[in-house]
Write a protein that binds this ligand. Structure first.
Ligand code: IPE
Ligand code: IPE
Ligand code: MG
Length: 245
């Protein structure tokens, strides 16, 4: 792991895993084959993050907008998710990885919710790394959902409007308990957030690569972390102020 400074790792990495369809097209294969190849990159990335010592990894696996893709593609993605969860559970347990999820989980099918719930329960005590899957996730939906819950708690007398702060608001998001991402990687040469972690990425460092997700390997992850380590995160302060601390 040349060049990697293990003392300055991003605590939380979030990845927009994009480009499965274009990878398939490039290889004259169907989009679903692209998604299958993408699942291999997920495996490789989870393993690499765990070995490097990343504490939290959030993967954007399926957005609320993705439901509007052709139904065969949505069906295949759901099948892949089910297969992934079944196949990976023993490895997650063995490697001390805790599985969590964010998004509108109720929108997933009963069998998937069951497998997901079971995997989350069986890994709940794991401490090595958190693997957080964004499923049926949308950042704006998450914010609206939080606002509704806050209004309800105010109505029920659990919360006073006066007490709503940035911290309190964060606790009403799907990501309650997770730190904000330090580094966000997007593959496939697209430069947009696509409704991912809108609130949480206020001070996240962004890294974009042209690599298509099915081609993403450990070396690409290391490149992104090395790039992150060269940056100065100022959080609105001056460079001089940071150096004095
Ligand atoms: C990312 O790859 C996977 C999901 C969004 C589920 P895409 O399927 O978006 O691939 P492109 O963008 O069409 O290449
Ligand atoms: C974002 O990719 C969602 C996931 C990676 C799961 P999309 O391919 O759906 O994003 P757009 O449509 O190109 O913005
Ligand atoms: Mg895409």
């Amino acid at each position: 792991m040349k060049d990697l400074n293990l003392k300055n790792l991003p605590g939380h990495i979030a990845i927009i895993m994009d480009g499965n369809g274009r990878w398939a097209e490039k290889h004259m294969l169907g989009r679903i084959t692209g998604h299958k190849k993408g699942a291999r990159s997920v495996r490789v990335t989870v393993k690499a993050c765990r070995e490097i010592g990343i504490r939290y990894l959030t993967l954007y696996a399926f957005s609320v907008e993705n439901w509007f893709r052709p139904s065969e593609e949505v069906g295949a993605l759901m099948e892949l998710l089910e297969t992934y969860l079944r196949l990976e559970l023993p490895g997650l347990i063995k490697n001390d990885i805790r599985l969590t999820s964010i998004g509108d989980i109720e929108a997933l099918s009963g069998p998937i919710r069951e497998i997901l719930g079971d995997a989350m329960e069986k890994t709940a005590g794991n401490k090595g790394m958190v693997l957080n899957l964004a499923l049926s996730y949308g950042g704006r939906d998450e914010i609206v959902h939080a606002v509704k819950k806050i209004l309800k708690d105010c109505q029920d007398g659990i919360l006073r409007p006066h007490d709503v702060s940035k911290d309190v608001f964060s606790r009403y998001l799907y990501t309650c308990g997770l730190p904000d991402p330090d580094l966000l990687i997007r593959t496939s040469g697209e430069y947009r957030l696509s409704n991912f972690l809108l609130w949480q990425s206020a001070y996240t460092e962004f890294y974009f690569t042209d690599v298509l997700w099915p081609d993403f390997r450990r070396k690409h992850l290391v490149d992104a972390i090395v790039d992150f380590q060269k940056r100065e995160r100022r959080f609105g302060l001056t460079s001089g102020q940071l150096q004095r601390d």
